[in-house]
Design a protein around this ligand. Structure first.
Ligand SMILES: *[C@@H]1O[C@H](CO)[C@@H](O)[C@H](O)[C@H]1NC(C)=O
Ligand SMILES: *[C@@H]1O[C@H](CO)[C@@H](O)[C@H](O)[C@H]1NC(C)=O
Ligand SMILES: CC(=O)N[C@H]1CO[C@H](CO)[C@@H](O)[C@@H]1O
Length: 176
């Protein structure tokens, strides 16, 4: 009886996992894997696409749409996050102030990317990626943030780099 119950739980877990995995069709999942392997955080890249796609067989444009939309949302959120950190920052404000300036640049570029996407100007999106990289470079992470063991901007910068790499890779796919 006990064995049977364990087996049942195991089956239920397997079922839930396979349903979650099987949402995207095989070809789409392959494409996504190929894109995400070229970024520095495969898991984050996969999550962005898997969680936000609404069709199981999306077009390349759908992939780009999710990417530019999420990139803008992420950078706006990061800009807001930095402003909340600045409120509590003491003497070490300088690093955070630089990151705020950096993410103003990143956010402008990601916002522009959404606007280019809506106009069908996919090639223009590629030109903005250097602005994002430059912005991320301005946000140094060699300072302490009160309340954090590790500077939270390290992770934010990494995720921004993933998003801009995705815009570049998927933008090239769509505009070629
Ligand atoms: C992009 O995605 C949004 C929803 O996230 C949707 O409203 C819009 O129609 C999409 N645009 C295109 C061109 O597919
Ligand atoms: C990109 O960077 C250039 C040079 O710094 C700047 O002139 C331009 O306004 C930026 N574009 C966007 C959309 O951020
Ligand atoms: C609109 C929407 O569902 N956005 C989600 C996209 O994916 C990110 C990362 O997994 C989620 O945090 C968002 O909620």
């Amino acid at each position: 009886m006990k064995m049977y119950r364990i087996l049942l739980v195991f089956l239920a877990i397997t079922l839930v996992c396979s349903v979650a995995e099987a949402f995207l069709d095989g070809k789409t999942q392959q494409t996504i894997n190929r894109i995400c392997k070229q970024t520095i955080d495969t898991k984050f890249c996969n999550e962005i696409l898997a969680k936000n796609l609404t069709s199981s067989s999306p077009s390349k444009e759908d992939l780009l749409n999710v990417t530019v939309t999420e990139a803008e949302r992420f950078s706006a959120n990061t800009y807001f996050f930095i402003s909340t950190l600045l409120r509590d920052a003491g003497d070490e404000r300088f690093g955070l102030q630089e990151c705020a300036e950096a993410y103003a640049i990143v956010n402008t570029a990601f916002t522009e990317a959404v606007s280019f996407f809506n106009q069908g100007l996919y090639g223009e999106i590629l030109k903005l990626t250097s602005n994002v990289s430059k912005g991320v470079g301005i946000c140094k992470t060699d300072f302490n943030v009160p309340g954090y063991n590790m500077n939270p901007m390290i992770e934010r910068n990494r995720e921004t780099q993933v998003l801009v790499a995705m815009e570049k890779l998927i933008g090239q796919m769509v505009s070629s």
